[in-house]
Design a protein around this ligand. Structure first.
Ligand SMILES: *[C@@H]1O[C@H](CO)[C@@H](O)[C@H](O)[C@H]1NC(C)=O
Ligand SMILES: *[C@@H]1O[C@H](CO)[C@@H](O)[C@H](O)[C@H]1NC(C)=O
Ligand SMILES: *[C@@H]1O[C@H](CO)[C@@H](O)[C@H](O)[C@H]1NC(C)=O
Length: 279
């Protein structure tokens, strides 16, 4: 008994016991109330509205958040407005509600749990697109790196967090190759988020650093998922293609039609209406 307690305390200090991940399924049949999908419980899948013929979307929240975060609600609603997907909302709050060090140190093992879930539910046999915000963007990458059956089709990282991640070490962060196509939206680059062009597609919202009407970095950071959700709900933004980050000031980027913007590789820019573009 004593040994077990000591072992648990040791594991807790290592952050290992915070890795419980909860999955909730939403679809057009159940837009409001998620259904629990339980790893290795086949009836939780078969009695849910999960349909293996539909495309899969998975949402992974950020540090300090949980499955009920506004990020999940807005993007889930946007996705279901757009098409009839299996939308799986991941809740990793057992780790994300601890301090940042613990949350970050658990990111790889949370990613591994998610990868095992993906393999078990065969999500990547059909089509799987993972959308992760903040620390959740790196967790999406860790899931993509650790799936065994197939490859995740697409990962969208919404302002992936910078703190504690070395951009030169692609194995320990969200990186290209974690999915067929990896795109990142940058909205608070150089502050909470990563600024560098590291992915198949890097989409910079306005200057990629600070957002109009935002007084705090958190506000600019959240802007990434807000713009993403609004796009899903049909809002159109000005989209541009750029050669270098230096062009984001608005003078160098060339007009790019919205339809093109989706899987355009390289650097592109999204200009929101609050910003006037003089170029
Ligand atoms: C498996 O899932 C079903 C349906 O959600 C549930 O009724 C059942 O209790 C679960 N079984 C276990 C062992 O958790
Ligand atoms: C985070 O929490 C752990 C365990 O409670 C503690 O050992 C560590 O010092 C904390 N780290 C920070 C940066 O607060
Ligand atoms: C990454 O590599 C570049 C080029 O080698 C170097 O200038 C930079 O300092 C490195 N950054 C980190 C965080 O190690």
């Amino acid at each position: 008994m004593k040994v077990i307690v000591i072992a648990l305390i040791f594991l807790a200090l290592q952050g290992v016991v915070f890795g419980v991940v909860i999955y909730q399924l939403y679809s057009r049949n159940n837009r409001k109330n998620g259904q629990n999908l339980v790893y290795k419980n086949q009836s939780s899948l078969s009695y849910s509205s999960f349909n293996s013929a539909k495309k899969n979307k998975m949402l992974i929240h950020g540090f300090g958040e949980n499955g009920r975060a506004d990020f999940n609600k807005q993007i889930k609603d946007g996705l279901l407005k757009h098409d009839d997907y299996n939308v799986i909302v991941v809740d990793w709050s057992t780790a994300s509600n601890k301090n940042y060090t613990i949350a970050k140190n658990n990111a790889q093992s949370i990613g591994k749990s998610i990868a095992q879930f993906i393999d078990w539910a065969k999500l990547d046999k059909g089509y799987l697109h993972i959308i992760g915000f903040d620390l959740g963007a790196h967790i999406a990458g860790f899931a993509g790196k650790q799936t065994k059956l197939g490859r995740v089709d697409k990962i969208t990282g919404l302002d992936p967090v910078k703190k504690g991640f070395n951009i030169n070490q692609s194995a320990t962060r969200l990186s290209t190759g974690d999915a067929r196509f990896v795109e990142v939206y940058h909205s608070n680059g150089g502050k909470i988020g990563i600024m560098e062009h590291l992915y198949d597609s890097d989409k910079y919202i306005n200057d990629g650093k600070s957002q109009p009407k935002c007084k705090t970095d958190k506000c600019s950071h959240d802007f990434a998922w807000k713009v993403y959700a609004d796009q899903l709900k049909g809002k159109k933004y000005g989209t541009y293609t750029c050669e270098t980050l230096a062009e984001l000031d608005g003078r160098g980027c060339g007009y790019l039609p919205m339809e093109w913007h989706g899987e355009k590789t390289g650097i592109s820019q999204i200009v929101t209406p609050e910003t006037t573009k003089n170029g």
